[in-house]
Design a protein around this ligand. Structure first.
Ligand code: AMP
Length: 489
């Protein structure tokens, strides 16, 4: 039994579930060559894993010997198996002792549930118990589960500390500790909670730290806690997955919704996650898309666990094609086949960009990430590009125009139209703007790269980020030259 089922019996780890004779011996598997126990190798075969991913190839051989690890690996690289498999191996090959032996700390409940689901899969031929605990739901079932004396606990920091303070969880027997998504713990302000949890662990235990990026506070946490760790970095420190085609569209804030609707209508958008910066923004956008006939539930920290699970289940099953999410809520989304990530708002923390983009292009699949950037977000784009060490190409797509307001006559009898539209930057085939549909070619002068192009003076617009510059005034944002960066790739 490897899931939490109150009332089940505990058996020693060393008693694997009997295998059917028809099953092929797993010795030929590359996972066996990493030194993993046969029962675990068999589970990887069931999962149709043909080869270990780079992070697994590097981490597993070191971790099964009990070494500490500091791994810089973003989500989608197979990092969960990289820590779960060697820990299960150690449990399977050692004599079972009473008490909790493995603690996996992860920032979000979705991620916790996902890790628990992976433990079930990878440990299906082993006998042990694991329990997952997270906040936002009643404590009652978790208390019951904890009474079954699990061997492995997957937890978010807040709920773990709550249960520890009530004497329901004791960490004194923990021999293997995993800190998952350490950088996200930091972003979410959990680092003090993490330190408190670590303070309650026994001194001699194996520690595995996983982080998509290794900012300085994580580096110093690792330096103070890990003993001679094996350092693994499977991707350049902060680059998003290479399989993701990334681009940016310059668009005025008020036109983002319309542009998104337009892009979501493209045939190749099979499954998309749209990121907003705030919970309120996520709700608002979700409502707007619903009004436009696009079912797009929002998930964020203020949603109930049930609502989040429902939204995720609909997204996983393909019932809903679009999910609107905030950074924190999206952290645990592990859905294969996400074809597109849209950054409706750019994140304040550039590392979040990497995490967002990592939602697509998972496990080697290709994906697209399109970021909307309005005038105020240009510094954020700069931060992201500095982190990526390259500029994001500008997506050649026309920004939709909104319907023109009625023409008003001024006292002098002149026609005076005010349009709040963005100048269309450009277009490139796939996401056609409303006015370019029906086979119309857009005029060449509408293809404007906001970074370099001069505004069109034939259509001055008022109240508009892209209006023609006032004579003698400051250059508008899209006309200012972008400073060259040393690391541009
Ligand atoms: P993770 O980075 O742990 O979130 O894993 C991303 C996805 O890769 C999950 O859907 C895993 O099931 C899958 N995965 C993990 N390891 C492998 C592997 N060796 N081969 C193929 N898929 C894998």
């Amino acid at each position: 039994m490897n899931s939490f089922e109150p009332g089940g019996t505990s058996r020693p780890f060393s008693a694997p579930v009997p295998r059917s004779p028809q099953q092929p011996a797993p010795v030929a598997s590359p996972f066996a060559l990493l030194g993993l126990d046969a029962a675990i190798v068999r589970a990887t075969i069931d999962e149709s894993y043909l080869e270990p991913t780079p992070v697994q190839r590097e981490v597993i051989p070191a971790a099964i010997t009990g070494r500490d690890v500091l791994a810089c690996a973003q989500t989608g690289t197979g990092k969960t198996a990289a820590f779960v498999l060697p820990i299960l191996h150690q449990l399977a090959t050692s004599t079972r002792t009473a008490g909790l032996r493995v603690l996996i700390l992860t920032p979000t409940r979705e991620l916790a549930a996902q890790i628990a689901e992976r433990i079930t899969a990878y440990g299906r031929y082993l006998r042990f118990r694991h329990v997952v605990i997270y906040g936002g739901v009643s404590q009652f079932r978790q208390e019951t589960a904890l009474r079954t004396r699990p061997d492995v606990l997957v937890a978010t920091p807040g709920r773990l500390l709550d249960l520890m303070s009530q004497g329901l969880v004791k960490l004194d027997q923990v021999a293997h500790f995993v800190l998952d998504e350490a950088d996200r713990m930091l972003d979410m302000g959990f680092i003090h909670d993490v330190r408190r949890v670590i303070g309650a662990l026994p001194k001699t235990r194996q520690k595995l730290f996983f982080s998509a990026t290794v900012p300085r506070p994580i580096e110093s946490l690792a330096a103070s806690l890990l003993a001679d760790p094996v350092r693994v970095s499977v991707t350049p420190k902060v680059t998003a997955a290479e399989t993701v085609d990334q681009s940016v569209v310059f668009v005025a804030k008020e036109h983002k919704g319309q542009l998104l609707e337009q892009l979501l209508g493209a045939a190749d958008v099979e499954r998309a996650i749209v990121f907003t910066r705030t919970k309120h923004g996520a709700d608002k956008l979700s409502r707007k898309l619903e009004q436009a006939g696009i079912s797009a539930p929002a998930i964020h920290g203020n949603k109930s666990q049930n609502a989040r699970e429902r939204a995720l289940a609909g997204f996983r099953s393909g019932h809903t094609r679009v999910l609107v999410a905030t950074d924190i809520a999206a952290r645990g989304i592990d859905v294969d086949g996400v074809s597109h990530v849209f950054n409706f708002d750019l994140p304040n923390v550039p590392e979040s960009y990497v995490h967002r983009v990592g939602r697509t292009g998972r496990a080697g699949a290709s994906g697209r990430a399109i970021s909307f950037c309005d005038r105020d977000e240009r510094p954020l784009l700069g931060d992201i590009e500095r982190l990526l060490r390259r500029r994001l190409p500008v997506l050649d797509v026309a920004v939709p125009r909104q319907p023109e307001p009625p023409v008003q006559r001024t006292q002098e009898g002149r026609q005076d139209a005010t349009r709040g539209e963005a100048r269309p930057p450009a277009q490139h085939g796939e996401a056609r703007p409303a006015q370019a549909q029906h086979g119309q070619a857009r005029p060449a002068q509408d293809r404007v790269d906001f970074r370099t192009a001069a505004p069109r003076r034939d259509q001055p617009q008022t109240g508009d980020a892209t209006a023609a510059p006032k004579r003698g005034g400051k250059r508008p944002w899209w006309r200012r030259p972008r400073p060259a960066r040393r690391n541009d790739g």
